[in-house]
Design a protein around this ligand. Sequence first.
Ligand SMILES: C[S@@+](CC[C@H](N)C(=O)[O-])C[C@H]1O[C@@H](n2cnc3c(N)ncnc32)[C@H](O)[C@@H]1O
Length: 241
Amino acid sequence: MGIRTDLRTIRHMAFPRVAGTTPAERMESYYRSTADDYDAFRERLLHGRRDLMDLLPAAPGGHLVDMGAGTGSNIAHLDERRRKDFHRITLVDVSSSMLDVAGRRVERCGWDNVETVLASATDYRPRDGQADVVMFSYALTMMPDWFAAVDHARAILRPGGTIAVCDFYVSRKHPAGGARHAAWRRHLWPAWFSHNNVFLSPDHLPYLRARFTAVHVRERLSPVPYLPARVPYYLFIGTKD
Ligand SMILES: C[S@@+](CC[C@H](N)C(=O)[O-])C[C@H]1O[C@@H](n2cnc3c(N)ncnc32)[C@H](O)[C@@H]1O
């Protein structure tokens, strides 16, 4: 971490290079030149990830699937005993550059139950049965078909399995419950993040609530490095009935 890395990241965010005709190609082109710098800046931008990992249920012998896992940093936030409890942890991502960083981390840390898989969250399937836990950490906002990714997660989860999500969002203008964000927040942040193909939605939380039984929901505001404003993020843990 350092000012040079920050400046490189900020320059990339201000002038993102995105090419390709499919969402996967666009994602890889976005991350190709910055995957090695990713963790340093995101540690201060993407809040709630440690809490999400702490809230994952124990699943001894189970299979955890991290959709849009990026560099695999979330697994480092799982304590050793809980990581080892999982029979298998699969890091799924469409960006090979991000998965290269994740693969090097897996090797360096000697995580022998963790694998990386280059695939989309809308079509990855566990090769031996159903998943016990599926998580998305700051990934749904980068998936144009986020609703299909949520539906697919539900399809590959065993009955009683857990979905765990944390991401940026904005509230609806008239939410049925929970936080209601001021108009400037509801307009500013989606416009700001869409420049980097991150699409904040008022519909994630209502959709997750509709598809799963909510176990834990948290709505918070988090600081943004170098900016005097805070951005809303949520954390959702739910089970498949
Ligand atoms: C902001 S990063 C989050 C990475 C990691 N989960 C974290 O919390 O740091 C979003 C990740 O989602 C991946 N991604 C985007 N669309 C995807 C899709 N359809 N299937 C799988 N991964 C996807 C991107 O390549 C990227 O690595």
